[in-house]
Design a protein around this ligand. Structure first.
Ligand SMILES: NC(=O)c1ccc[n+]([C@@H]2O[C@H](COP(=O)([O-])OP(=O)(O)OC[C@H]3O[C@@H](n4cnc5c(N)ncnc54)[C@H](O)[C@@H]3O)[C@@H](O)[C@H]2O)c1
Length: 253
């Protein structure tokens, strides 16, 4: 690699996104950390010599600006990690319409928009990597997660379509599908899962999170970051259109 590649990591202020930003930086990339949380994005970007961009990815204009500011600052954009996300847990009958719309906006529409906006950068240099952070819930469903499950399934469809279009342009597009990763997103949903399933918070860990898994533990953010770093590497040039499980065997049965 002559000039360092430039990566955009959404949701890079914490959890998986932070681990990805740190790993790609360690691998030699310059990184734009895009997040709703300006303060934390600044902390992460500061630690890796990257660029913090505050953005609400539910807004189309902010998606556009995130790409434009990255290219204005670094002069290019080669890698896009669509990672920003959140969760809302409720049965369909009680699912707030605005939560459904926001989940689809952040988890599915923003990855489409960011891919669209960054595409000319990648196509122009004949090299690009897009990795979409889907989930086990991109492949299987769980009750009370209608918006999340729908968006994550849709994200795999977007991944496959973009992979077909990117094949002749040197752009690979893949999804990763983690089970439960040790982040704030999981910690924040334990109480909601307990309430909607009528079990204790302690039983959520045993029955909901660990019971379906072959390996009974949480996944660490750095483990997901390592898989994403591989998919962003030249070594992974033959991998495209994949939805790669990193789920402790959660979906094996
Ligand atoms: N933690 C898990 O178990 C798990 C499992 C499978 C998939 N995922 C997916 O991994 C991704 C990262 O999740 P995480 O667990 O690291 O969560 P996290 O809550 O630790 O981090 C998510 C980040 O996204 C940012 N974000 C949320 N809404 C945003 C918006 N509108 N605009 C910009 N930024 C926004 C948050 O500020 C936060 O920094 C998500 O897409 C999530 O669905 C997580």
């Amino acid at each position: 690699m002559n000039e360092a590649r430039v990566a955009i990591v959404t949701g890079g202020a914490g959890g998986i996104g932070r681990a990805v930003a740190e790993r790609l930086s360690a691998d030699g990339c310059r990184v734009a950390v895009v997040d709703l949380n300006a303060e934390q994005a600044g902390v992460v970007a500061g630690a890796i010599g990257g660029l913090a961009i505050q953005a609400d990815l539910a807004q189309r204009a902010d998606c556009r600006r995130a790409v434009d500011e990255t290219v204005a600052h670094f002069g290019r954009a080669d890698i896009l990690i669509n990672n920003a996300g959140f969760q809302h847990i409720a049965p369909i009958a009680d699912f707030p319409e605005d939560s459904w719309e926001k989940l689809l906006a952040v988890l599915l529409t923003a990855p489409f928009l960011l891919t669209k906006y960054v595409w000319p950068q990648m196509a122009g240099r004949g090299w690009g990597r897009v990795v979409n952070v889907s989930s086990i819930h991109g492949k299987v469903a769980s009750p009370n997660k209608a918006g999340y499950v729908s968006a994550k399934h849709g994200l795999i469809g977007l991944t496959r379509t973009a992979a077909l279009e990117g094949g002749s342009l040197g752009i690979t597009v893949n999804a990763v599908c983690p089970a439960f990763v040790r982040t704030a997103l999981v910690e924040n949903q334990i109480d909601d899962l307990a309430r909607t399933r009528g079990i204790s918070a302690a039983d959520v860990l045993g029955q909901v999170i660990l019971e379906p898994a072959a390996i009974k533990r949480m996944i660490e953010p750095v483990e997901v970051a390592a898989l994403i770093a591989y998919l962003c590497s030249d070594a992974a040039a033959a991998v495209t259109g994949a939805a790669w499980d990193i789920d402790l065997g959660w979906t094996a049965r």
